[in-house]
Ligand binder design. Structure first.
Ligand code: S3P
Length: 449
């Protein structure tokens, strides 16, 4: 299914609806040039949809994520009796009618698809309802660890059964008690799950995270009118607070931007502008690392929208040095490590990733997926239990790669392929639609050959 050398279309998206049968061909590029504005941030879209469902009155969410994951959240909410509609003839303007903290019993299993955020965060809400529900997802989601939400929610009074701590989850809701909980794993999904449960519980819930993770849950709760307190790594929420609906535009997804930023980083002549992009400091470590690696970045038109920082980013390619990503940086860059690792061989010193065991329990075992694809491209890579060491100064040759049904792996390796010799085929590339359905066409529009 490879396109010939003279094919004018370097990306061939055979059929995005045919799971595991679509493949994309990527040919080398010379530059990245142009401007783009991205679909709404996935993390924020999930949280806004869930809080809008619980609020008093309607909410209007513009630039809602176009990814299948955020559609899974909307689908589950509909099954829980929440009325929402797409507005303005667009797939990314959503109007949600708030239910005022209460949902209705679902008549069928809640289908979370591929979305860890949907199942983990929504569990915090359904655990506090007066009914039982069952949440399940696809094969990849069915392998992902859930004890991180089961343990604290059980301590709050919910009854949850699982398959060896994996989905499907059967949740019997209860009147939840507040909890004082020290999270063993740094996870913003878990923190948000417990903040949502805490909002619906009796008394004050206190959550301590081992290190500071993305704070979109806190920011979104405040935007919907809740009061929270933060002291260092602890956040507190009092139960029983009412939420009010909001009208808001979701900032562009910074983790999706990472692919274009890394593409720009590959070519010294690149010039790229990204408007209305999320700049939340708990997510923006990516920008520091890219600058450290050699990308020139400037930020203009900074503004705050309902507590989230948004700005315009201008970037120019430079000489790529290298980086070590470890400790708190690993948690802060968890979704961007695949693409940083995929371009590491082109850097002078490469990249070393440490403390990244969590990457093994994402949509795929991302440490293994990255190592397998880099090797297929001819790179040397050292795979470790909790990370990777990828030497710099390597040149890659086009190859046939797998997406491992993992959206970030499919997108990351289409970027690495832009500087490889020869063309690269990525199987199962349709999974990019989990977070970014228009990814390949947008990338194509930014590339010069
Ligand atoms: C997310 C948190 C991260 C991230 C995921 C989205 C969120 O997961 O990998 O893509 O929106 O809170 P963990 O909380 O499991 O680290």
């Amino acid at each position: 299914m490879r396109t010939g050398q003279h094919d004018p279309f370097p990306f061939r998206y055979i059929d995005p609806r045919m799971k595991s049968e679509s493949e994309v061909i990527v040919r080398p590029a010379r530059h990245v040039r142009g401007g783009v504005s991205l679909p709404g941030d996935k993390s924020i879209s999930h949280r806004y949809a869930m809080l809008a469902a619980l609020a008093d009155g309607p909410s209007r969410l513009e630039n809602y994520s176009t990814g299948a994951d955020c559609a899974s959240t909307l689908g589950c909410l509909r099954s829980l009796g929440v009325k929402w509609e797409r507005r303005d003839g667009s797939d990314n303007v959503i109007e949600v009618q708030g239910t005022g903290l209460s949902l209705t019993a679902p008549s069928k299993r809640l289908d979370c698809g591929n979305s860890g955020s949907t199942i983990r965060m929504l569990t915090g809400i359904v655990a506090a309802q007066k009914f039982a529900s069952e949440m399940a997802g696809d094969e990849s989601l069915s392998r992902r660890p859930m004890e991180r939400v089961i343990t604290p929610l059980t301590a709050m009074g919910a009854q949850i059964t699982s398959q060896n701590s994996r989905p499907p989850l059967r949740i019997t809701g209860a009147e939840l008690r507040s909890i004082d909980y020290k999270m063993p794993v740094a996870s913003a999904q878990v923190k948000t799950c417990l903040l949502f449960a805490g909002l619906l519980a009796d008394g004050e819930t206190r959550i301590q995270e081992p290190l500071r993770t993305r704070d979109h849950g806190e920011v979104a709760l405040r935007a919907f009118g809740a009061h929270l307190e933060r002291k260092g790594n602890e956040v507190r929420i009092r139960g029983g607070q009412r939420l009010r609906g909001i009208d808001v535009r979701v900032p562009g997804d910074l983790s999706s931007a990472a692919f274009f930023l890394c593409a720009a980083a590959l070519f010294p002549g690149s010039q790229l502008t990204i408007t209305s992009l999320l700049m939340n400091p708990t997510r923006a470590r990516l920008l520091d690392i890219l600058m450290q690696i050699g990308l020139r970045i400037s930020v203009t038109q900074l503004e705050e929208i309902h507590g989230e920082l948004v700005g315009t980013l201008q970037v120019a390619g430079g000489k790529l040095k290298g980086a070590t990503i470890a400790g708190a940086d690993t948690a802060a860059l968890i979704d961007e490590i695949p693409v940083l690792a995929a371009i590491a061989p082109y850097m002078e010193q490469g990249i070393e990733v440490r403390d990244a065991k969590e990457l093994r329990v994402k949509e795929s075992d991302r440490i293994a997926s990255i190592a397998t694809n880099l090797r297929a491209l001819g790179a040397k890579v050292e795979e470790r239990e909790d990370g990777l060491k990828i030497p710099g100064g390597q040149s890659l040759r086009g190859a046939e790669l797998e997406s491992f049904d993992d959206h970030r792996i499919a997108m990351a390796f289409s970027i690495a392929a832009l500087r490889a010799h020869g063309e690269t085929l990525i199987r199962g590339s349709e999974c990019a639609a989990i977070s970014y359905p228009a990814f390949f066409s947008t990338l194509e529009g930014l590339i010069e050959r």
